[in-house]
Design a protein around this ligand. Structure first.
Ligand code: ZN
Length: 543
């Protein structure tokens, strides 16, 4: 699944540039970060020079270099004792030992073809099991298995001090990748050869999802090296068939080996940060996802000779029904997650969209606001359940009245609704008893994860430590990832990675020349290391 991209694509960088500039003293700094007092000063200075959300109305103010802003930043730095800039997390050409370990694991994993048809996921699972062993995890805490010889998963456990305490933290990533043909890629890249070029790593899986998988494995080495022992167990599960295929590893583990992945909290793909002009703009945390359900609309008819047509016709009835479904808009809904999303995205948006988002949050029945927000396809699908016709079949001869016509209607259901409720709604919309509405395939409902301080506070803290004073925006994905299996069991599962990308150039997951910005990879490694430790150390002070 794509991480982080696609949110607030038309964000106006100017409203945030200064924040990241002024926060540069603490941005990308290695631990320990700037003292809280300094962070506060820098943030206040940044905020005092951050233009109002409608800064688009006066863009000139920020098109020229801002002398006052630069002075303010220097002033703030001097208040902080003019500390020398922290050494960056990542320096091109100079990997730290921990980064070199991550690099080597990343390269190894990417070069193992784990795609659905030509690959073998078990090879990836076995290779990572070997790495876990090398990091010092005993065999008894490493499990490799799956329902089919090429579809194995690997699960490893780092024992905490207090196994009777809080349930484990589960770090989840998928090993499988979307198909990739060399002929479809630029000539200089092979999708299964890890290639470095101009500050990026290129290959299938570099962003989805072998970056997180390799970071989780590499961070075990670092924990052991640092002598870090968590208070609660840390489980790492690297799984099969997230993208496609019938042997979904999380489904299989939850059903057959629940004890191996029984956790109190899950960290998964689905979140990431957004860069503009190479600077962090905001981070995201995915808390919810819509539920995919396919419906069959079916019309049967006694048929007959086409030279003797009648008013009742299976194809005509189905076409009428589909046209009604196509025009129907489900009611606007706001959840805790989408309310927070629109509230926090508004300041990053252009003035008209920002106003509409605020009005929508104040009153979801505000039709004017809804129409402005819904004009953006990405935001539109976050407002309501959607249903769209995706496949069509009907008739059996050119000269016969059709006896059967069927369509597939793919619905992305709001997490608080059920498939049965949507079916009832579709029947009402179609308003034709000759059209049957049948649930074809259904996934378990996945209620949103709560915005608990136990997760939101550490994510905000590490984001600030590494990337400066930028917001962490909660999101609901309109697609799906494996978090749904844990959410369905009531286990809070969060998509968060600290991997930043520029969606305008880096959103290539599942596509051609997939890549990962090198700096982002190592900053993501640091982010996930610090976040894991905060989550696994007890007690985590929560204000
Ligand atoms: Zn993925």
């Amino acid at each position: 699944m794509v991480s982080g991209g696609g949110v607030a694509r038309d964000v106006d960088i100017r409203t945030r540039t200064l924040r990241t500039d002024a926060g540069a003293q603490e941005t990308h700094g290695a631990a320990p970060v700037a003292q809280p007092r300094c962070v506060g000063i820098l943030s206040r200075v940044a905020r005092s020079f951050t233009p109002a959300p409608d800064a688009r109305l006066m863009p000139r103010r920020f098109t020229a270099p801002c002398v006052a802003c630069a002075t303010a930043a220097l002033f703030a730095a001097s208040l902080c004792g003019a500390q020398a800039p922290k050494s960056p997390i990542y320096t091109a050409g100079k990997l730290t030992p921990a980064q070199q370990v991550a690099h080597d694991i990343y390269k190894e994993l990417v070069e193992i073809n784990t795609s659905v048809t030509t690959g073998n996921i078990t090879d990836g699972a076995v290779a990572m099991a070997k790495r876990f062993r090398a990091a010092g995890i005993p065999d008894s805490d490493i499990f490799v298995g799956g329902p089919q010889p090429t579809k194995h998963n690997v699960v490893a456990r780092i024992r905490g001090r207090n196994p009777a305490g809080r349930k484990p933290v589960l770090l989840l990533a998928h090993l499988d990748v979307v198909e990739a043909l060399k002929a479809d890629w630029s000539p200089e890249f092979d999708p299964f050869k890890f290639t470095e070029k101009d500050g990026y790593y290129y290959a299938r899986g570099t962003s989805d999802d072998k970056s997180m998988a390799s970071i989780f494995v590499a961070n075990v080495f670092r924990m052991k090296q640092d002598g870090y022992v968590p208070d609660r167990d840390i489980i790492i599960a690297l799984t099969a068939d997230e993208e496609s295929g019938p042997f979904n590893g999380v489904d299989w583990l939850v059903t057959n080996h629940r004890n191996l992945v029984d956790a109190g909290i899950v960290i998964n793909e689905g979140g990431g940060g957004v860069l503009r002009d190479g600077k962090p703009l905001f981070n995201t945390i995915q808390l919810a996802q819509k539920i995919t359900t396919n419906f069959t609309l079916q019309v049967t008819n006694r048929g007959g000779h086409s030279s003797v047509p009648r008013q009742d016709n299976a194809i005509t009835s189905l076409a009428d029904a589909l046209a009604k479904v196509g025009r129907h808009e489900f009611p606007v809904q706001l959840s805790e997650v989408t309310r927070a999303f629109f509230t926090q995205t508004a300041p990053l948006e252009q003035p008209a969209m920002a106003r509409a988002m605020r009005a929508l949050v104040a009153d979801p029945a505000d039709k004017g606001a809804v129409s402005v927000v819904a004009a953006d396809e990405k935001y539109s699908s976050m407002l309501r359940t959607t249903c769209v016709a995706t496949m069509l079949t009907g008739g059996h001869a050119t000269n016969a009245l059709p006896q059967l016509a069927e369509a597939n209607v793919n619905c992305r259901i709001y997490p608080t609704e059920t498939a049965a409720e949507v079916r009832t709604a579709l029947e009402r919309v179609v308003a034709d008893t000759t059209v049957k509405v049948l649930i074809k395939t259904q996934r378990p409902s996945s209620p949103p994860a709560r915005m608990l301080p136990e997760i939101m506070q550490p994510v905000a803290q590490v984001t600030k430590e590494l990337f400066g004073d930028i917001p962490v925006i909660p999101t609901m994905s309109t697609g799906a990832n494996d978090s749904r299996f844990f959410l369905a069991l009531g286990v809070p599962s969060y998509g968060v990675s600290g991997l930043f990308m520029d969606p305008s150039v880096d959103a290539r997951a599942h596509g051609r020349d997939e890549r990962m910005r090198m700096q982002s990879y190592y900053e993501g490694q640091e982010f996930l290391y610090r976040l894991t430790k905060l989550l696994a150390t007890n007690p985590t002070p929560v204000p």
